[in-house]
Design a protein around this ligand. Structure first.
Ligand code: SF4
Length: 466
C-alpha cells in the first residue's frame, strides 16, 4: 500500500503504508478492478503481510457497503501486465531512442489497461477467460486497434499471424453488449486509399455496434528504421479527410451516427477548419487526439472552469478509482491550480507549445484582446520527423527554445507558459524537470479555460522556478 487515508476504514483497522495486500475476502485480487469490486463489501476480511513480520496478518473490517476502503496501491495490475506480441512497423515504441525511462518501452496489450486508462489493445493475446470476465463484469468501454478489416493486411501490419483472426474477439465483445471504440492508424501507402475504404466498409458490415472509430495518422520520429513508414503528404492527408467525411455520411444514414472521426492532426496538416463541437458527439476519442482542438477552443472562448474538462469529455474510469495510480501507464500531469489570492499578473506572456498546439492557439491568442502575448512554436528536435504534439516535447527542446528567445536574460519581466502535457510526474520525457530549464516557466493545464485564465493574468503561479 502506498497510502492509507486518514480516518478511513483501512486506517481504523490499523493498516499502514508498506503493508502488502495478500487477499480480500478470501480472493487474491489480480488488479484494481478486482480490488474495487471486493473492497466494496461492507464486511471485509483482509490478509496483509507487514514488512519484518514473520507471518501474514488477518484483519476484519466493518464499513458501509460502497464506502471507499481508503488505500492506494502501487500498481493498477497486481499480476503481470500482458505485453503485446506484435511488431508493428509504425509502433512508436520502436521509434524511441535508447536510454529513456523504462516504463516508456512497455508494449502493453492488456484489456485491463484499455478499460482503466483507455489504452488501445489489438486483442492478439486475448483469451476466452478474458472475454468471460469482461462480459460478466461488464468492463467497458474498451479501446481496440483495428487498423484494417482485411485479415491478411492486418497480420502484415501487426507482423503477427494472430492479427488475421484476433478481431473475432471484437465481434464477441460487441455481441455481448460491451461498449467498444476502435482506431485505425493510417500508414500512407499501406492502409490508406482503397484499403481505408475497405476498412470503413468492413466496419459497417462486421462491427456496426462500435461506438466510434478514430482515424489517426502514424507518427514518424527520426529514430524510425522502417523504410516504408513515412508521414502523410498534405494531399494524402486531404484524401483521408475526404474519405472519413464521405463515410460519416454513410454511417449516419445507416446507423444514425458518424462512427468515424479523423484526428485533429489531419485538419492541422490540411489547414482545414476543425469540425463543430456538436459533431464530436461527446468527444469519445478526445484522449486519442480527436476533437481536442475543438474542445480546447470551446473552453477557451466560453470561459469554462480552469482545470476542468471541456463539456462532454469523458474523464474515463480512472477518474472514479480511489486505488489505482496512473504512473507508468498514463501520465498524471503536474496540475498547478489557481494561485489563491495571487495578484493579477500583467507581465507580457510567451506561450511555448508544439507545432500542432501552435496551429490551434494562433487564432485564439490573436482574438484574445491582449497584444503582449507571443506564441512560440517549439520544434521537436529530440524526436524530429513529423512529431508536433506538445506531449512529446522534451526538456531539452524547451530549454533550447527558451535560450533562443532570450528568456534567461528577461526572467522576471515576462511570463513563459507551458502546457502540462509536456510533463509526466513532473518530468519531461528526457528526464529533465522544470528546475533544469534556464528560466522560470508556468505550467498550465492543457485545457482552454486554464490557458484563458492564465492569460487573464490571475490564475497560475510559476512551478519549480530555477
Ligand atoms: S500493438 Fe501497439 S505496442 Fe504492440 S507493436 Fe503494435 S503499435 Fe507497438
Amino acid at each position: 500500500m502506498t497510502s492509507v487515508a486518514e480516518a478511513s476504514p483501512a486506517a481504523r483497522a490499523g493498516l499502514a503504508v508498506g503493508d502488502e495486500l495478500l487477499s480480500l475476502n478470501g480472493e487474491v485480487p489480480r488488479d484494481v478492478i478486482d480490488f474495487q469490486r471486493l473492497s466494496d463489501a461492507a464486511e471485509l476480511s483482509v490478509v496483509i503481510r507487514r514488512a519484518g513480520a514473520a507471518l501474514p496478518r488477518s484483519v476484519r473490517i466493518a464499513k458501509e457497503a460502497g464506502e471507499p476502503f481508503g488505500v492506494q496501491v502501487e500498481s493498477a495490475v497486481f499480476d503481470r501486465i500482458r505485453t503485446c506480441d506484435n511488431h508493428c512497423a509504425f509502433c512508436f515504441i520502436y521509434q524511441l531512442p535508447k536510454g529513456m525511462r523504462r516504463s516508456l518501452y512497455l508494449k502493453d496489450d492488456d484489456y485491463r489497461l484499455s478499460f482503466l486508462y483507455g489504452n488501445f489493445t489489438t486483442l492478439t493475446r486475448f483469451t476466452e477467460l478474458d472475454a468471460e470476465r469482461i462480459l460478466t463484469e461488464r468492463l467497458g468501454p474498451l479501446f481496440v486497434s483495428i487498423h484494417t478489416t482485411d485479415p491478411d493486411l492486418r497480420s502484415a501490419m501487426l507482423r503477427n499471424p494472430k492479427g488475421a483472426t484476433s478481431l473475432r474477439w471484437l465481434r464477441v465483445l460487441l455481441s455481448g453488449g460491451i461498449e467498444v471504440h476502435g482506431q485505425v492508424v493510417v500508414c500512407p501507402g499501406v492502409n490508406d486509399g482503397p484499403a481505408l475504404e475497405d476498412t470503413l466498409a468492413g466496419i459497417l458490415d462486421l462491427y456496426p455496434e462500435l461506438s466510434s472509430v478514430g482515424i489517426v495518422p502514424l507518427g514518424v520520429s527520426r529514430y524510425s528504421t522502417e523504410a516504408d513508414m513515412r508521414p502523410h503528404s498534405v494531399d494524402e492527408a486531404a484524401h483521408v479527410l475526404d474519405t472519413v467525411h464521405r463515410w460519416q455520411r454513410v454511417f449516419r444514414r445507416a446507423l444514425g451516427h458518424p462512427m468515424a472521426y479523423a484526428a485533429d492532426e489531419y485538419y492541422v496538416l490540411t489547414a482545414r477548419p476543425f469540425p463543430t463541437a456538436r459533431s464530436y458527439r461527446g468527444y469519445p476519442q478526445h484522449e486519442n487526439g480527436i476533437g481536442m482542438a475543438r474542445a480546447f477552443t470551446e473552453a477557451f472562448t466560453r470561459r469554462g472552469r480552469p482545470g476542468g474538462a471541456p463539456a462532454g469529455v469523458r474523464p474515463g474510469f480512472f477518474a472514479a478509482m480511489d486505488a489505482a495510480p496512473a504512473e507508468g501507464y498514463r501520465s498524471r500531469r503536474v496540475l498547478q491550480g489557481p494561485g489563491h489570492g495571487a495578484a493579477p499578473d500583467a507581465r507580457p506572456v510567451t506561450i511555448l507549445t508544439g507545432s500542432y498546439g501552435a496551429a490551434v492557439l494562433a487564432p485564439l491568442v490573436g482574438g484574445h484582446g491582449r497584444h503582449d502575448v507571443v506564441l512560440h512554436e517549439v520544434s521537436n528536435d529530440f524526436f524530429g520527423g513529423n512529431i508536433g504534439v506538445a506531449g512529446l516535447l522534451t526538456g531539452d527542446d524547451v530549454a533550447r527554445a527558451l535560450h533562443a528567445i532570450g528568456a534567461p536574460a528577461r526572467a522576471g519581466g515576462r511570463r513563459y507558459l507551458l502546457p502540462d502535457a509536456c510533463l509526466q510526474e513532473g518530468r519531461f520525457l528526457d528526464g529533465l524537470t522544470l528546475a533544469d530549464l534556464p528560466a522560470p516557466v508556468e505550467v498550465v493545464p492543457s485545457d482552454g479555460s486554464s490557458l484563458r485564465a492564465a492569460l487573464d493574468g490571475t490564475s497560475f503561479r510559476p512551478g519549480c522556478a530555477p
